[in-house]
Design a protein around this ligand. Structure first.
Ligand code: SAM
Length: 248
């Protein structure tokens, strides 16, 4: 049930898709998505004619995605169940992406391990593109927010209404976000499915420094998918990084 809820909910927020498609237009060859989930981004890339590889460690998300791939795209999509902090594919990519706030859920050792791995898979002229919530913005939100209804949608499978609310707790270093999906039944009963996501509030400077230390150069920062320049008040932090090719 969770992959269906995740997919239906997050497909309401697909303002980022044209950004990923446009990045793909500037790169040749296959594209690798780390944490491809239910294919919210991967499938539009495949529909645009690209060869796409998706890595995810959650079998339920991958199973949902593999059942959603239309027959005519099946030759273009390769899915790998693996941990992206320790993966190895026998391929080089000009574009590796990690959309939708996955990167900020990683602790420093996991970020470093992921960058080490993907650095080996990037071709010399390649780009790693990653988007996350702006840590500066999250750091300045109140320390606590009670659950608040944000939006509603109906499941595409059976039309069942679902109400989405969220609540958070913030410490100096971690922003803990709780999503509540309330499935509303005709008899008035409600079934709640929850998901808890922790975003690390690592300062931008540290994130960039980590990348440099591992041989990626963060060339471009955006603050939104328009794509506008990164500022401290931007909604997002989007980093485009390329390999430093003269490592010792
Ligand atoms: C927020 S979802 C993003 C899904 C998709 N990229 C999108 O844009 O909708 C994060 C995904 O990353 C996957 N994930 C998290 N940690 C992972 C890891 N260490 N290795 C592989 N996949 C991971 C989760 O299973 C989940 O499907």
């Amino acid at each position: 049930m969770f992959p269906l809820l995740y997919h239906t909910h997050h497909c309401l927020h697909s303002q980022d898709i044209p950004f990923w498609l446009s990045l793909a237009d500037h790169c040749n060859g296959p594209i690798l998505e780390l944490g491809c989930g239910t294919g919210r981004v991967l499938l539009p890339l495949a529909r645009a004619g690209r060869q796409v590889f998706g890595i995810d460690n959650d079998p339920a998300m991958l199973s949902f995605l593999s059942h959603s791939i239309p027959g005519e795209l099946s030759q273009q999509v390769s899915l790998v169940q693996a941990d992206f902090t320790r993966f190895c594919l026998k391929k080089q990519f000009e574009l590796i992406i990690m959309p939708c706030n996955t990167y900020s859920t990683l602790t420093e050792p996991d970020r470093r391990a992921t960058i080490e791995c993907l650095r080996n898979q990037l071709s010399p002229a390649g780009i790693f593109a990653v988007s996350m919530p702006n840590p500066y913005l999250l750091r300045h939100l109140p320390a606590h927010a009670e659950p608040e209804v944000e939006e509603s949608f109906c499941l595409p499978t059976n039309g069942q209404p679902v109400q989405v609310s969220s609540a958070w707790n913030r410490t100096q270093d971690v922003f803990t976000l709780n999503w509540y999906y309330d499935l509303l039944f005709p008899d008035g009963s409600v079934e709640r499915i929850s998901a808890c996501i922790q975003h690390q509030l690592t300062p931008v400077k540290e994130l960039l420094e980590e990348m440099r230390e591992i041989g990626l150069h963060p060339d471009t920062l955006y603050g939104n998918f328009d794509p506008s320049e990164y500022t401290q008040t931007a909604d997002h932090l989007i980093i485009l990084a390329s390999p430093v090719n003269n490592l010792p």
